[in-house]
Design a protein around this ligand. Structure first.
Ligand code: NCD
Length: 316
């Protein structure tokens, strides 16, 4: 079991499968009013702080709605300039303050170690307060990886697949966390990017240590017919120091309707969203487009995670 959700490597295969099964049971139970009412009592004694110091639509709304489904109450802090951080308060003191009011602290933060530091601050606290990393700078986004794995499990399974990551693989935290979460699976990873956006060496070392087969290429067109999963991503230019992304030509790393005939009939097209031009909207109606499913799956897997962290996933 885990106390906090901080990084993808905390999740071994049995734990991932337990969360996916719990998410399936939650969505089945929510189909009728009696079931939905029962779910809304599961965490009715819990409160959450959703602290999002970086922009978010899906992750924020899915955690907020996961709280609604389970009856947990939440408050949110989305503008750090409106918090005492603007008066010079340390992150540690801010986290202690959250812990005075809540049972869950869901954090999105530009700094890579913000969630880890939050969990460390809570060590020794008498009351169990759980930290969930909802995106830590360019480093990790473990709940995105959970919803990605859940989506793949529901759409044909994972073992034996070739997963191609496309785009800004250097700074994409969704890419990093999903690649690491796939370590317990029998997969081949293909990293498809311009040279400037290749994955960082430390990620490749961790994947090699986990025994995953990894390939790197700049040839997106060449990958199309090979991939079982295409994981498209946008340029993470919020991490630029001097607009350097503008100099990188990513126009070749774009999926359009003209490519669809070359994809395997069983291929799955994923994107953590938001998208820019990496996926043409003309692709959306193809049955292999999985990104709107991913959003919905994120709601249920995050609800399953909150239940697990409360030791209550056996109750659904
Ligand atoms: C991702 C993120 O924030 O890392 N978005 C999300 O949570 N679905 C991907 C991105 O912003 O590119």
């Amino acid at each position: 079991m885990i106390d906090h959700c901080l990084r993808a490597r905390q999740f071994d295969r049995p734990l991932i499968e337990r969360l996916c099964a719990s998410a399936d049971r939650l969505r089945a139970a929510a189909r009728d009013k009696a079931g939905a009412d029962r779910l809304a009592s599961l965490l009715s004694d819990k409160r959450a702080v959703l602290c999002f110091a970086q922009p978010s639509t899906r992750t924020f709304l899915s955690f907020a709605n996961a709280c609604h489904i389970l009856g947990a109450r939440f408050c949110d802090l989305r503008d750090m300039k409106a918090s005492s951080q603007a008066k010079g308060e340390s992150w540690e003191d801010t986290v202690r303050t959250f812990a005075s009011y809540a049972d869950f602290i869901v954090v999105r933060h530009p700094e890579a170690d913000a969630a880890e530091r939050a969990a460390r601050t809570l060590e020794g606290l008498e009351r169990a307060v759980r930290v969930v990393n909802a995106g830590s700078g360019p480093d990790e986004h473990p709940t995105q990886a959970l919803l990605d794995v859940y989506t793949l499990a529901r759409r044909g399974g994972i073992d034996g697949k070739r997963v191609a990551f496309v785009g800004d693989l250097k700074r994409g935290r969704a890419v990093r966390s999903l690649a690491l979460m796939l370590r317990p699976y029998r997969v081949t990873l293909s990293f498809v990017s311009p040279p400037e956006f290749r994955p960082r060496e430390d990620l490749l070392a961790l994947l090699a240590e986990g025994g995953l087969r990894c390939e790197q290429t700049e040839d997106f067109e060449g990958e199309l017919a090979k991939a079982d999963v295409l994981y498209m991503t946008r340029v993470q230019d919020e991490y630029d120091s001097a607009g350097e992304s503008r100099k990188v030509d990513v126009s070749r790393y774009r999926l359009g309707p003209e490519h669809l005939a070359r994809l395997k009939p069983s291929a799955q097209i994923l994107h953590p969203l938001p998208r820019r031009s990496e996926i043409d909207p003309g692709v959306d109606d193809d049955p292999r487009a999985a990104y709107w499913d991913q959003e919905r799956n994120g709601l249920w897997i995050r609800a399953a995670l909150l239940l697990l962290l409360s030791g209550r996933d056996g109750k659904v």
